[in-house]
Design a protein around this ligand. Sequence first.
Ligand code: PAF
Length: 284
Amino acid sequence: MREVTTGHALRAWLRARRAEGRQVGFVPTMGALHEGHLHLVDEARRRADVTVASIFVNPLQFGAGEDLVRYPRPLERDRLLASGRGVDALFLPDVGEMYPPGAATRVVPGPAADRWEGAARPGHFAGVLTVVAKLFHIVQPDVACFGQKDWQQAALVRQMVRDLDFSLEVVVVPTVREPDGLAMSSRNAYLDATDRAAAGSIPAALRALVARYRAGETDPAALVAAARAVLDVRPEVAAEYIAVVDPGTLEPVAPARDDAVAVLAARVGPTRLIDNVILGQGIG
Ligand code: PAF
């Protein structure tokens, strides 16, 4: 696996690959890789000839008081995992490479950024879309893979690709889960044993919501109540939002329908976790 720290060097290497007629798959990450990221790599490799992954903890998408400084950065482990899974080039820019002095332009997300994660984390999605747009310009992938766990992020990236005429396919890969159903996330590392056990109630809440939907309930308020009832018995877990939304606009929908997505954010002790489920699919 090749490691590259500058956009200039990565572009040069990719230019040569494209000249050989190869298609490029891309997996942007902030590192602390887990099986969820590695599934994105698998998908990129299935769909393209050359796979590029990036690791960049993007300061622009962290708010004041968030976990930018303590975000896990196990670089040596990440290198081994990425190369073991078949990443061809690992892009490791530093902050100065991505945001040289004077860099001031931002991507303004559409209205789907105003709710849920966007409301809880002002400026977050402008930061995400700005770095993703820059990475897309550097890598110029044919296909880019994002995880379903960050549904709102994936929806906004899709919209940016459409609205700003990026020429690539965005693929959303199903969430990879721990045996108790907890969605894999780099932030799970923050959970102590008690909170980790309690976090299993998040997928359980989404399962309860889907079970109620499958039983014929289409009133979003009743579906959300079914999920809340599961979380409410765990004192360590405080729901921030649970809603049944349109998959593209992220606006609440009523009645609930198969393609609607139940989105959820909760604090488990000091750790904030998100998850979601497509009603017609459920959690496997
Ligand atoms: O999902 C993430 O890890 C980040 O938001 C991303 C897409 C790599 C942008 O920094």
